[in-house]
Design a protein around this ligand. Structure first.
Ligand code: SF4
Ligand code: SF4
Length: 474
């Protein structure tokens, strides 16, 4: 095992104020169990899980309450014992509505109930078959915890003809304010090591690259200690401090010099699997301890918070409970953001609950929230220089402003990773990232309609052929 500096630098990127000092020294603290949890069936990328419980049911911690509902989907398990108060649509951190189980955790188990057991039997990863380990990742409900929420069992099972040559651990955590992954690397380094061993077994022994930004020397040292005696091709790659260094595509380039082609290409198409460090630790717990993904570390920070913290809380914890654990606000918050300041979402109230991907919750005073009016493009080119995807962000924003989505598509807007580097750089305060999001949503809706129309036409054609065959048979 050795530590090297990243030999590759991607184009573009920006240097926002990181403000990580607010929470970086705060050890992970466990939140006392809240009286009510709001457990969403849509905590991951892909189809929401199918809810298996109804009001009045009593569920045990770790019990399956949401069934995986498609190839790109993830199951959901109860984060605590409790009685189901309701199953209803609730908004998620990004605003969309999804079914959620409202759990009253103050209700004791019914009389005569068995004591709660470990949800899944522990496995010996050194002897378990690859398929058994893969099944465990799936049944533990694990998805990428860095933000995207991609199902880990899908990621760890490359399609025929594809092979993982590099397993890349994403410990960059380049978003301002967030320190959850940093603390996990310091405090759960042993679990990350076990998770890597398990993933190497599943993936057939790829080389391992642990990618960490240079502004986290303590995390680099913790990983060096944890992996000191590991066999095989393992390197810690120290990345320059540059946003969006944590983006999957840019991390692949920065660590192994490979470029992921335009969508729908995936990292596995260039022989790579990237997984967030928290997810890797969750995989270790799921296999060795039989512990599904029921809780995660979330950074609660910002200059309005009385005591910023890194909190280990059950998935489904309401933002209000996280804030209360931090002693509330010391000043009024002008903006609340779920996630980091670059890619996070402003949230309207604190009834919204955490999911498997909630890395941060920020409370910012008016001093930190810039009020501005968006102006016309002055063709300065700063957004183009900042864009790590090599897009002409200025022209895309103008095309979307003129409602010309086709022009935005021709400018490759679908490759935009919504990192916000363009908006951050723009002296006219143009909401370029939002323009890109709008165009992408419109293109996705059109593509879905085209797919539905094609499927309908195919079904009609097949029905016609079947009717003709029936007629001939008579
Ligand atoms: S949000 Fe999109 S267009 Fe803007 S810098 Fe990031 S990738 Fe480029
Ligand atoms: S940074 Fe803003 S003003 Fe400059 S080219 Fe881009 S959109 Fe136009």
């Amino acid at each position: 095992m050795k530590t090297v500096n990243s030999p590759f630098k991607f184009k573009g990127g920006v240097h926002p104020d990181y403000n990580k000092e607010l929470a970086r020294a705060e050890q992970i603290e466990r939140l006392p169990l809240p009286g009510e949890l709001v457990i969403s069936m849509s905590q991951h990328l892909g189809a929401p899980a199918k809810c298996l419980v109804k009001p009045g049911d009593f569920v045990r911690r770790g019990q399956l309450i949401g069934e995986k509902n498609g190839f790109i989907s993830v199951c959901v398990r109860a984060s605590a014992d409790g009685k189901v108060k309701a199953v209803e649509k609730r908004p998620g951190p990004a605003g969309g509505l999804a079914d959620a189980v409202i759990l009253d955790t103050t209700v004791p188990p019914p009389e005569g109930a068995e004591p709660a057991a470990v949800a899944l039997p522990p496995l010996d990863w050194k002897t378990a078959a690859r398929e058994e380990l893969l099944r465990r990742v799936e049944e533990a409900g694990i998805c990428g915890m860095g933000g995207a929420g991609f199902p880990s069992a899908v990621k760890l099972n490359p399609p025929p003809g594809k092979r993982c040559e590099y397993l890349i651990l994403n410990g960059a955590e380049c978003e301002p304010y967030l320190t959850a992954d940093f603390r996990v690397m310091l405090e759960r380094a042993d679990r990350i090591r076990v998770g890597v061993e398990i993933m190497r077994r599943i993936l057939g022994g790829p080389a391992v690259r642990i990618a960490i930004e240079a502004n986290k020397p303590e995390a680099i040292a913790a990983m060096e200690r944890a992996f000191a005696d590991i066999d095989g091709n393992v390197e810690i790659v120290v990345l320059p401090v540059l946003y969006p260094q944590g983006s999957e595509k840019h991390q692949i380039y920065a660590t192994v010099g490979r470029t992921v082609p335009e969508p729908p290409a995936l990292p596995i198409d260039v022989g790579c699997v990237v997984e967030n460090v928290g997810t890797v630790a969750a995989i270790a717990d799921a296999v060795e301890k039989g512990e599904p993904l029921l809780e995660r570390v979330t950074t609660v920070s910002g200059d309005a918070v009385a005591n910023p913290k890194n909190i280990l809380a059950p998935c489904g914890t309401k933002y209000a409970d996280l804030l209360a654990f931090c002693g509330g606000l010391k000043e009024p918050a002008a903006k609340v953001i779920s996630g980091g300041t670059m890619m996070g979402f402003a949230v309207p109230n604190l009834d919204i609950a955490t999911t498997k991907t909630t890395s941060g919750l920020l409370f910012l005073t008016r001093r930190r929230v810039f009020q501005y009016a968006s102006g016309a493009c002055i063709n300065c080119g700063r957004c183009v220089r900042a864009c790590p995807m090599n897009l002409n962000a200025a022209e895309i924003s103008k095309a979307v402003e003129a409602n010309d989505v086709a022009a935005a598509e021709a400018l490759h807007v679908m490759t935009c990773i919504e990192c916000g580097a363009c908006s951050f750089s723009c002296p006219s305060y143009r909401t370029i990232t939002q323009f890109c999001r709008k165009a992408k949503a419109s293109i996705r809706a059109r593509q879905a309609a085209e797919r539905a129309a094609a499927a309908k036409a195919k079904a009609a054609e097949e029905e016609k052929k079947a009717a003709e065959a029936r007629k001939e048979a008579k």
